[in-house]
Design a protein around this ligand. Structure first.
Ligand SMILES: *Cc1c(COP(=O)(O)O)cnc(C)c1O
Length: 367
């Protein structure tokens, strides 16, 4: 396997931590998304944290995030001392509701973190129209969304910062890993410094013949990516569009088969954007004879690996209790929390998997 050979070569080179492969991955990734800068880190969570830190967001500030997401999207806001303002989502896409964002804007709002849910880009035109007059920053949580585009612009080149995940199940992976892309040189420099203890120079530049002395100029973090991980990422990046096309092929087959299935309702696929197809999400509605949980259990019993993305943030005890959130403030995310189910979708699954899964759903529906 080519990925394995690249990792072996990197380990044999002696670069076990951050070195030339990380720099190469950054350069290639920036190119791939049309951004001026890319800063590699060890997770998307770190990427989001460093983006907010670099934008100077902190105590007293509010950052708007959707309820239908992974905890990291909101947790990083609290980690910089700001308040996550959690809002409802759009019923057709599970992307952040633009109306809900508008209603949540206030004098303390500093930034928005839209999530390109399932890999389908948020309407960035609408969000930018909202954000620009008030000077709000847009930090995209693009953990699901690479490679993709909105209105002909690559995701990674639109917001003030875009954060990608290379976690094991994401569209490309380094095991654990992430990336910030931005056109803002100051933000990129700050993130590059803060990912490694706030030290003035990257260790690899130091070890590669730069000055041995460094200064800790800020209270930084330990968020750097490693060269063996970056070597894995370089191989994945080369295959990214092939992998996306495989995901899309499987997804379109699902949509075709599900079109005639009463009560199983896939999310809408909107025009004017390229979908990364990280997830294939359906809603199990009243028109289906089983509840979502019954169908989920049935499919698992038949050896079909399903998942739920996500239990909405407002239902997690930490967010609910800390920010006093009520079910009734999130009618769409609450209903979706009971109805959504992610069906198996990965590039190298057998071509007949969608047929097999939909046959299983029909079988379970008959009781
Ligand atoms: C996976 C994920 C993250 C976190 O990514 P890590 O690389 O695991 O830190 C953040 N947001 C969303 C929406 C995700 O799916």
């Amino acid at each position: 396997m080519r990925d394995l050979a690249a990792v072996r070569e990197t380990i044999e080179s002696g670069w076990l931590t951050m070195g030339p492969k990380v720099a190469e991955l950054e350069a290639r990734f920036a190119d791939a998304v049309g951004a001026a800068h890319a800063v590699a880190v060890n997770s998307c969570t770190a990427a989001l944290h460093l983006s907010l830190e670099g934008l100077g967001i902190g105590p007293g500030d509010e950052v708007i995030v959707p309820s239908m997401t992974f905890t990291a999207t909101a947790a990083v806001v609290a980690h910089v001392g700001a308040t996550p303002v959690i809002v409802d989502v759009d019923p057709d896409t599970m992307n952040i509701s633009v109306d809900a964002v508008r209603a949540a804007l206030g004098p303390r709002t500093r930034a928005l973190i839209p999530v390109h849910y399932a890999g389908q880009p948020v309407d960035m035109d609408e969000l930018q129209t909202l954000a620009e007059p008030s000077g709000l920053a847009i930090v995209e949580d693009s953990a699901h969304c690479f490679p993709a585009s909105f209105g002909g612009q690559l995701i990674g080149s639109i917001g003030d910062a875009t954060c990608f995940s290379f976690y094991a199940n994401k569209t490309i992976t380094t095991g654990e890993g992430g990336m910030i892309t931005t056109d803002d040189e100051r933000l990129a420099d700050r993130a590059a410094t803060m990912r490694l203890h706030g030290m003035s120079k990257d260790s690899w530049r130091r070890f590669a013949g730069g000055p041995a002395m460094y200064d800790v100029g800020a209270l930084g973090f330990k968020y750097n990516l490693t060269d063996p991980a970056a070597a894995l990422g370089l191989g994945q990046l080369k295959r990214a569009s092939f992998l996306r096309d495989r995901r899309e092929m499987h997804a379109l087959r699902y949509l075709e088969l599900l079109g005639s299935l009463e009560g199983i309702d896939p999310l809408d696929v909107l025009p004017n954007r390229q979908h990364a197809w990280h997830l294939l999400v359906v809603r199990v509605t009243e028109g289906f004879p089983l509840t979502r949980d019954e169908l989920d259990a049935g499919l698992r019993g038949m050896g079909i690996g399903t998942s739920i993305h996500y239990k909405p943030l407002h239902r997690h005890s930490f967010y609910r209790d800390t920010f006093k959130l009520a079910e009734s403030d999130f009618p769409v995310a609450s209903l979706a929390g009971d109805q959504i189910l992610s069906l198996p979708l990965y590039p190298d699954m057998p071509e007949d998997t969608p047929d097999r899964v939909v046959r299983a759903i029909r079988y379970l529906a008959k009781g």
